[in-house]
Design a binder for this molecule. Sequence first.
Ligand code: FAD
Length: 342
Amino acid sequence: MERVFDERRYLIPFRSSLLPQIFTDVLVVGAGVAGLRAAIASAEAGAEVIVLSKSDLAHTNTAWAQGGIASVMEPGDSFDAHIADTMTAGAGLCDEPVVRRVVEGGPARMRECLAWGMELDLEGDGTLDAGQEGGHSARRIYHAGGDATGAELSRCLAARATGHANVRLFGQCFLLDFVTASEEAGSRVLGAITHHPRFGLQMIWARSTILASGGAGVVYRETSNPHVATGDGLAAAYRAGAQLADMAFTQFHPTVLYLPGAARSLISEAVRGEGGAPAGRRGPAVHARGARAGRAGAAGCREPGDRQAAGPAGRAARAAGLPARRGFRGPVPGDLVAACQL
Ligand SMILES: Cc1cc2nc3c(=O)[nH]c(=O)nc-3n(C[C@H](O)[C@H](O)[C@H](O)COP(=O)(O)OP(=O)(O)OC[C@H]3O[C@@H](n4cnc5c(N)ncnc54)[C@H](O)[C@@H]3O)c2cc1C
């Protein structure tokens, strides 16, 4: 068995028997929403869990998510409407049974987050404040801290996960490769070899391994993703014999703030949902497909300025140097996106 690990072509040569050995029931690679939720489920089922994060919890796509979480929570809305909107926005590429399962599972996941202490934004009367984004025909986007939904979701899930005695979070710990029993396709994953700046190389042996390392947005020059999104988890899975599917589906935000040398701050879809229109210096249509999506998304919206600005609009306004702050409650100018691009 030892020879297999020594001779296989991994990213780096290593001798497993000479490295520190760590054992666990479940190894979760990734501490975003997917990894943390998987860790909670595993721990609550009685397993010992190690969660790897190659950076800290503030640098995940999850922590950077802004506009909110789409879910059917109001009597006037319906699963069928949310599914229909999703199928339309998916332009024939969505798998309807999967869409149905995700949409119908939404309210229970929302109630779970609330029960675990997630603080969503409320209306004055104490009910949840829902926004509307591109592609949605109803106000069903629930947000926290205005445009800081992901940070609050990450805080809530991390607290729940790390508060469990069975969960150990290894920060700054980089997955180099999955270890498999052989190079045969379908060979069982036995754990991983990792690198930590302080502890060096380590072998982590696990009965089950869950890959939740997020996407690969950073392979593109322009991206709204944090620096962790380099796809190395996908590459490690590929080297271990996994088949990668749907690699064309990379999240691309057509409305980032594009200024030379500046960070690519996202001007959220919520701006359009609230009535903002994508426009460039020379005219109204910044991005033909984006503009179409904007029209579809705005179809069920009130007129610009008719609705009080949601948090993302406040962020966009701040980015543009407009007089806005968190909790900004002014009317949304219809050309807010254009203002941000000047
Ligand atoms: C700016 C922005 C705004 C967004 N807004 C929204 C929104 O409003 N609503 C919405 O639903 N979605 C939004 N999204 C998308 C959403 O954030 C992601 O789809 C979701 O967070 C992905 O979660 P994840 O757990 O799969 O990955 P991530 O949250 O990216 O987590 C990946 C984890 O894997 C770890 N990792 C990666 N490689 C390794 C490695 N080699 N070794 C160890 N650990 C590793 C990372 O450290 C990290 O902990 C937004 C995304 C961005 C970037």
